[in-house]
Design a protein around this ligand. Structure first.
Ligand SMILES: [Fe+2]
Length: 313
């Protein structure tokens, strides 16, 4: 599947008012226009797309959907054929949903774990429409997409890898340096970073562990770090440099209990010269100063839709 990467992500939250302050004033996100059919949700811009992150009012803080971007209409149509052949159930987004997401067309489907995904093409875009919420040098998004996500899966079986590799067409990147079982995957057309999504095996656990967002410069990492420290927001990992990507980053917890990794690329990604099997997660820094799994990681019963859970039983 000709997927570029994650085009957008949606979350449900009990902390909308906190996000309204945190998004622009800590992360530097721009506040996007909420669609008329969804006035109560909060939409954030990090580039010239209509939005990249949506926060919808909900009863629990959880990841609501991951929106994968097909490079265009033909790729989208090819993907639909592939889903049909593979027997993956999907539903088409109606006009109202497409308008909410600001896209031409979309479908909705679930992975074998139960996470909700969407595939779309042609999200609305206005050149030079991004205004950061505070003084900020901007984000590396546009054709690179919104960033990456790491989710926890209560079961890590062959059907998950089969779905990601053989249906979604992702490349297997590796297992990372962590002690647990984690799989890192990237979209076929992502030639800039090691992964768009990773699934970490956490028996009995489910939820979003962190979201990685790439900023334009190391100064933006440093200034975000200063604001996080000044506000005494909970930290997960201090500043450091990863082994598998030439990234300097730090991790802190958002109002929803998942972490954001604020990232600056310090040199171009090395690609896949061989399957990387790093000795350590980081070459310097990244001291763990908080839990690796924040309060956003719960039980499947807490983060899955009741109707979906009922259909699986
Ligand atoms: Fe990350």
């Amino acid at each position: 599947m000709d997927i570029i990467g994650i085009g957008y992500m949606g979350f449900e939250t009990t902390k909308l008012d906190e996000w309204r302050d945190y998004g622009p004033n800590v992360m530097g996100f721009g506040i996007g226009r909420s669609p008329e059919s969804d006035p109560d949700s909060l939409y954030f811009k990090i580039d010239d797309r209509r939005h990249r992150f949506a926060f919808h009012p909900g009863k629990v803080d959880r990841l609501a959907y991951i929106g994968w971007e097909a490079i265009g209409r033909m790729a989208f149509e090819d993907a639909l054929k592939k889903f049909t052949t593979a027997g993956v159930e999907f539903t088409r987004g109606d006009a109202e949903l497409c308008e909410k997401r600001g896209v031409r067309e979309l479908i909705r489907f679930r992975d074998p774990v139960g996470y909700q995904h969407e595939l779309f093409y042609a999200q609305k875009w206005t050149p030079r429409s991004f205004m950061p919420g505070r003084c900020h040098g901007g984000f590396v998004a546009n054709e690179r997409g919104a960033g990456h996500v790491v989710v926890i899966t209560p079961e890590y079986g062959p059907e998950l890898e089969n779905f990601l590799i053989n249906v979604m067409g992702f490349s297997w990147y590796g297992a990372g340096a962590g002690k647990g079982r984690t799989g890192f995957f990237r979209s076929k057309l992502n030639h800039h970073t090691s992964h768009d999504i990773a699934y970490g095996f956490g028996p009995g656990r489910m939820g979003v562990q962190h979201v990685g967002i790439v900023v334009s410069s190391i100064r933006d990492v440093g200034e975000t770090y200063d604001i996080v420290r000044k506000r005494e927001l909970p930290m997960m990992m201090t500043l450091g440099q990863h082994t598998q990507d030439p990234h300097v980053s730090f991790y802190h917890f958002t109002p929803s209990g998942f972490a954001i990794e604020t990232i600056a690329e310090i040199e171009p990604w090395q690609g896949d010269p061989f399957e990387l099997n790093p000795e350590v997660l980081s070459v310097w820094g990244h001291e763990m100063v908080g839990p690796i799994l924040g309060p956003s990681v719960k039980t499947p019963e807490e983060v899955l839709d009741p109707e979906y859970l009922a259909s699986k039983r």
